[in-house]
Design a protein around this ligand. Sequence first.
Ligand SMILES: O[C@H]1[C@H](O)[C@@H](O)[C@H](O)[C@@H](O)[C@H]1O
Length: 690
Amino acid sequence: MSGSLRSDPERARESVIRHQFDQSQSQRQINRRCLLILTTIILVVESIRVDYGSYAPLTPSSPLLTPSRSSSSPITKRAHIETIHVNGGTLTFHSTDHTSYSYAYGPSGVKGLLFNKYALGCALFASLGGLEFGYDQGVIANILVMSDFMARFPLTPFQKGAMTACLELGALAGVLFTGTTADRHSRRRSIVSACIIFLIGSIFQTLSSTLTHLFIGRLLGGIGVGALSMLAPLYISEISPPEIRGSLLSLEQLSIVTGVVVGFWLGYWTRNLDGSQSTGEGMGLSWRIPLGVQIIPGLVLMFGIWVMPPSPRLLVLQGKHKEAKEALAKLRGRKLDEDGEFVPSGPGLEKLEMLEMRVEAVIIHRLILDSPSTSRVPSQNLSSSAISINSNRSSINPNLNTSIISVQPRTEDDLKDRKSTWWKEWQAWKKLVDVRYWPRTRVGVGIMFFQQWSGINALLYYAPTLLTSLGFSSTSSTLLIAGGIGITQLLAVFPAILVIDDERIGRRGLLRFGSIITFSAMLTLGFIVWLFDGLWDTVRSAGWVGVAAIYVFTFAYGMSFGPIGWVLPSEVFPLSMRSRGVALSTASNWANNFLVGLLTPILFSLSPTLTFTLFALSSLLALYWVTMYVPETANVALEEMDGLFGDMGCGVGREDARVRVEVSEKLGLTKLIEDIAKEYGGEEGSALHG
Ligand SMILES: O[C@H]1[C@H](O)[C@@H](O)[C@H](O)[C@@H](O)[C@H]1O
C-alpha cells in the first residue's frame, strides 16, 4: 500500500517504531564506543606494564621516562663514580681507574643553549638546510590542487605520484653521493655545493613552462635537499659541546617542521592568486611564489656558511691542529694566547676535547697504517678518504709507531691518493655492516626506518584522504586539519629540546615513551575506522576522536622519533665512518619515506584499518628495538662512543679500548685527566655519586 493511502494512526505507529529503532541503534553505537575506549585503555596500560614491568626505575618520580638496566637488555647505564667541577663545567668519572669519563662545559637544556650562544647560532644557521627539506615536502600538497597549476600541467595520478617521488629519489641519490665525497672536502664546502644544486633546481621549478622543467627541477632540488639533510646534522654534531649536542641536533627537526608548516600555509594562502577558476593563462603566481620563496634561505645558507667556523674534528683529522684549535676556541667561547695556547693556561676541558680529537685521529690513521692493503703508504700520504679503507681490524698492532702520533697536513700526493677507486669505495661502505660497526649502523638505519614507518608521512601526504575515512568531507576543514599536523609537530620539538640531554630521560626515554603513545594512537585510529565506518553522520563524535588520535600521535612522534631520527645517526659513528654512516642512515630515511608514500594509497584502498594497524605494529616493534639495541648517548662525547658500543655483542670493544688507552697515554690525554683531577678534585671540588 502506498504511503498516501495509509491512515493517520498507521503513520503515527510507523514513526514511533522508526524512532524506537533509531534509539536502539544509537544505544548500540554508544555501547560499542564504550567497549572501544575500554579496550584502548586496557591496551595502553598493558603495553606500559609489559615494557616497564621488568625495569627497576632509578627515579621513582618519573618511572615512565627513566631508562634503566634490564637483565635481558644489552644496554647498561653508566655508573657515576665521581664528578669534578672544572671552570664552570664538570668532568664525571664512570670508572675508578678514570678511563671512562664524560665532560660538560656547562648545564644542559635551555640554560645550556643560552650558555653556548655561539654554537647555538651556528647550529641554527646550518639547520637552514632542514628548512628547505621540510618546505619542499609541505608546499607540494597545495600546489598539486591549485587550479592554475592543474590547468597548465594537467597531471595524471601517476605523474602526481612521480612528482613527489622525484624529490625523494633525487634526495636518496644526493645523500649517497655526498656520503662518498663529504670527507674529501670541508663540511662547509660540501654544504655550498649542495646549495648550488638546490638553487638550480628551485629556479627550474619556479620558472617552469613545461612538465620536463618541473621534473628536472624537482630532481635537482631533491639532490640538493638530500645532501643538505645529511650535511647539516654531520656539521652540527661535530661543533657541539657534548652536554647540548642532542638539543642542537634537534634543531634540524625544528627546521624541517618549520619548513613543512611555512610551505603548507604559504601555498594555502597563495592558492587563489590566479583566481579559483584559472585557465592557466596568467603568470601562475599562485604556485610560482611558493616555489620561488625557497631560493632565499638557499642563498642565505650558501653565502652565510663561510662565516661559520669549520668542523674542528675534520681539521684535526686532516692534521690542521692550529686551525682546529682556533675553531674550537671560538665554539667554546675561549681565547688563545700568542702561542696559540688556550687561555687560561693549565688543565681544562677545551684541552681535553682537543686531545680527544687527536687521539681519535691517530687511532684512525693507525688502523690504516696497520692494514695490509695500505701498509706501504707513508704517513704523510694519509688522507681522510683513505681512512675508511681498512677493514681488517684484527691486524691492529699494539706497539704504537710513534711516527704516526702526529697527523701531517695533506699534500699534493694526498689528493691523488684520495681519488679512490670504485672498489675501495665499495670496501669502505661495506665496513658499515661488518661486526665492528654493525651495532651503530643498526641504530642509525633503524631509527630512520622506524621514524618513517611510524606513519608520519602517511598523515602529512594523505591527511585529506585519511580524514575522509573519518567522515570529514569539506576540503577546507580537511586542509586545515592537515596543516595543523605540521604545527603540532613543530610544538612537540620544544619539550624534546628541553629533556633530550638530561640523562634521566635522554634519547632512550623519549623514544620508549614516544613508541608507546604512537602505538596506542594508531591502534585507536584503526579501531575507530573499523567500528564506525559508514556511521560517521550518526556518530559525529567518533570522527573527532579519530582527529584527536591523529594529534596525539603527531605530538608523541614530534617529541621522539622526529627529532631523535636526526640526532642518533650523526653521533654514534666514529669520525672515520661518520659521513658514510650518516649517509646510509639518511638514505634509510629517504628510501622508507618513498616506500611509505608509494604504499600508503594502495594499502589504504585495501583497508584503512589494516594501514593504521600496520603503523601501530611498527611502533610496537620500535619499542622492542629501542629497549634492546639503542644505548643512551646523552652527554657522551663523540670520541667516547667507542666505549658505549664496544661491548654490544661484537666482541671487539676490549681491543679497541686497549689501543685507545695506549694512544691516550702517548699523546698526554691520560696525564691531562689526572692533572684535572688533581687540580680541581679533592674535598671542595668533587662530588661523589654512589
Ligand atoms: O623528521 C622529519 C619530519 O618529521 C618530517 O615531517 C617528515 O616529513 C620527515 O620525513 C621526517 O624525516
